[in-house]
Design a protein around this ligand. Structure first.
Ligand code: T4K
Length: 403
């Protein structure tokens, strides 16, 4: 980089590239008038929750879109994971990755199920199917795999090993709404798949989630369990919880679902801008999408390697100084969070690929609130930071010393 450009980095004394912070996870919003009209209908009907028409419509549209028999809407994905795994009789030990949002592990631990963390396959951020064979014991009752960043994990590999061991599989597909695997929409794999419609997700219903399944018996049980186990007005057939989605949440979900193609197009453009801008930057690897599949392009994730001359955290400081609120998802890994850290203090030794990825991964802003030129500018800032790596390192060390 020419010396002239160096001062443009705020970390080296320039002014921030963006006057206001740009975040990972700023919500995608559909047509506001449609949403408000749905809200007016809700108030008019005075049916606010408990199997209202908008939740039913949302479930139907989701199932259609995913090409799956049933979609059961719930209050959020964490509760949906709990209900799905409990419905399938998961107990004792369940194999799951540590490279995920902590909700995946917590959904198990909340039910006193021990998450057994499997390593990711090298070069991927996904559970290595070989780990299942290695970690399965007579106490293993299921697999909870994650389709991280909207990219499918090795669904065939996992299905093969699970079938050989007679283990049911649930997928945490919180990131993967609108994505496919070998031409089939994510949503119909395993016994069930769970989606999140949290505000930060590709399609949001403020808070919300859903379980997709092709099994009639399972769908029926999920419906009972999310509604206290009620099978009739005065009949409770099962232990249950309140996992219901409200009509207002469904109104938001439906409205956003109607804009899904715009969201995808916008995210795809941002992704291409990042890909072009980061091409050839030494030590920076963009986690790419397979565009022969359907993708939601929801996460822009890079890996920062030694070749960049910077650590991931040094690059993060540079971006933060520019008002780019990049995130170290999902650092430091579930196995280094409580209570798992206390239960398995040496788990990291068995998770070398996970530990290495968690030191290098950085999620960058995208979504419909981020304009194309902002994505281009962020990529340019990453390039400048790498070009100015020696100066950035000196500055970072000096500021650490001063703290
Ligand atoms: N499994 C996986 C693999 C998941 O990633 C998640 C959730 C779950 C399960 C559980 O799903 P839910 O039970 O939530 O349905 C956020 C979300 O809270 C979490 O839902 C999500 N994963 C995770 C990836 O991201 P944080 O701690 O990063 O959230 P927060 O509050 O820092 O928000 C991120 C950024 O988004 C903020 O800097 C600003 C922006 N934002 C956020 C909200 C909520 C907005 O602009 N507006 C908003 O309303 O966890």
């Amino acid at each position: 980089m020419s010396a002239v450009l160096k001062p443009r980095l705020a970390a080296l004394g320039g002014t921030p590239a963006f006057p206001r912070a740009l975040h990972v996870g700023t919500p995608n919003l559909g047509d506001q008038a449609r949403f408000l009209s749905r809200m007016a209908q809700i108030l008019e009907r005075r049916c606010l929750t408990n199997a209202g028409p908008l939740v039913a419509e949302f479930e139907e549209r989701l199932a259609d879109f995913l090409g799956v028999k049933h979609c059961v809407a719930m209050s959020n994905a964490t509760v949906a994971l709990e209900i799905a795994t409990q419905s399938l009789g998961f107990c004792d030990e369940v194999i799951t990755p540590s490279m995920t949002f902590v909700a995946t592990a917590h959904a198990l631990q909340w039910q006193q199920i021990t998450p057994i963390f499997g390593d990711i396959a090298p070069g991927t951020h996904h559970l290595d199917p070989g780990q299942i064979a290695r970690l399965a014991t007579p106490r293993t009752t299921g697999i909870l795999a994650v389709n991280l960043w909207g990219r499918a994990c090795d669904l065939d590999g996992i299905a093969r090993i699970a079938a050989a061991r007679g283990l049911p599989v649930v997928y945490d597909s919180s990131h993967a709404f609108g994505c496919s695997y070998r031409g089939t929409m994510i949503g119909s794999f395993g016994e069930a798949e769970v989606f999140s419609f949290h505000a930060t997700k590709f399609i949001n219903s403020f808070e919300g989630g859903a379980v997709a399944t092709n099994r009639d018996d399972l769908a029926e049980k999920l419906r009972l369990m999310k509604n206290f186990g009620f099978a009739g007005r005065d009949r409770v057939d099962h232990v249950g919880i309140n996992g219901k989605m409200s009509e207002a949440h469904a109104a938001m979900g439906l409205t956003n679902l109607e804009s899904i193609h715009e969201f995808i197009a916008h995210n795809r453009d941002n992704y291409h801008a990042y890909r072009a801008g980061l091409r050839g930057v030494p030590g920076i690897r963009l986690v790419e999408y397979d565009e022969s599949e359907r993708c939601n392009f929801q996460y822009i994730v890079i890996e920062v390697d030694a070749g960049s001359g910077l650590t991931r955290d040094e690059l993060l400081s540079v971006l933060e100084a520019e008002n780019v609120d990049a995130r170290r998802y999902f650092y430091p890994g579930c196995h280094r969070m409580e209570p798992y850290r206390s239960y398995f203090p040496n788990a990291g030794m068995l998770l070398p690929n996970t530990e290495s990825a968690l030191e290098r991964v950085l999620a960058l802003p995208t979504g419909t609130a981020l304009r194309l030129e902002q994505a281009q500018r962020i990529a340019e800032l990453v390039r400048l930071a790498v070009e100015a790596a020696p100066a950035v390192r000196l500055r970072t060390r000096a500021s650490q010393r001063d703290r």
